[in-house]
Ligand binder design. Structure first.
Ligand code: 5GP
Length: 117
């Protein structure tokens, strides 16, 4: 049997997480090592390894993740003009991916630099 990823274990409640949103398709929870005052990960329940492994069949799912990410940021007050937030998807080694289960980072609560490191 294939070993579950860390995020599959969080979905299955085998590892605790501070869950902030859940529906049939996705789960959102606070990052364990926040890089900003608000650092939330939103992940699909479907085990897609990374964005590069997604296909046209995942079109609706990918749209869903972005729309829910936007709503979470909005509900926390980060959509206001004087606030703002950043959405990040790390893909592969040079992209900084460390967990092989697609996840969308929502970062907010401080000015974020560009270009990223
Ligand atoms: P990546 O570097 O793959 O884009 O992002 C993985 C993220 O998962 C990192 O920001 C890391 O802090 C977070 N993370 C790693 N292990 C855990 C964990 O056990 N619980 C939670 N909530 N986040 C984790």
């Amino acid at each position: 049997m294939v070993e579950k990823t860390l995020f599959e274990k969080i979905i299955d409640r085998e590892i605790p997480a501070e869950i902030v949103y859940e529906d049939d398709l996705c789960l959102a929870f606070n990052d364990i090592s926040p890089q900003a005052p608000c650092h939330i990960l939103i992940i699909p329940k479907k085990p897609v390894s990374r964005l590069a492994e997604s296909t046209d069949k995942d079109k609706e799912l990918l749209g869903h993740l972005l729309l829910r990410a936007k709503e979470i940021a909005d509900n926390l007050g980060f959509s206001d003009e004087d606030q703002g937030f950043r959405i990040v998807i790390n893909n592969g080694k040079n992209g900084g991916e460390t967990v092989p289960h697609l996840h969308v980072h929502i970062l907010a609560g401080r000015p974020l630099l560009w270009p990223p490191g």
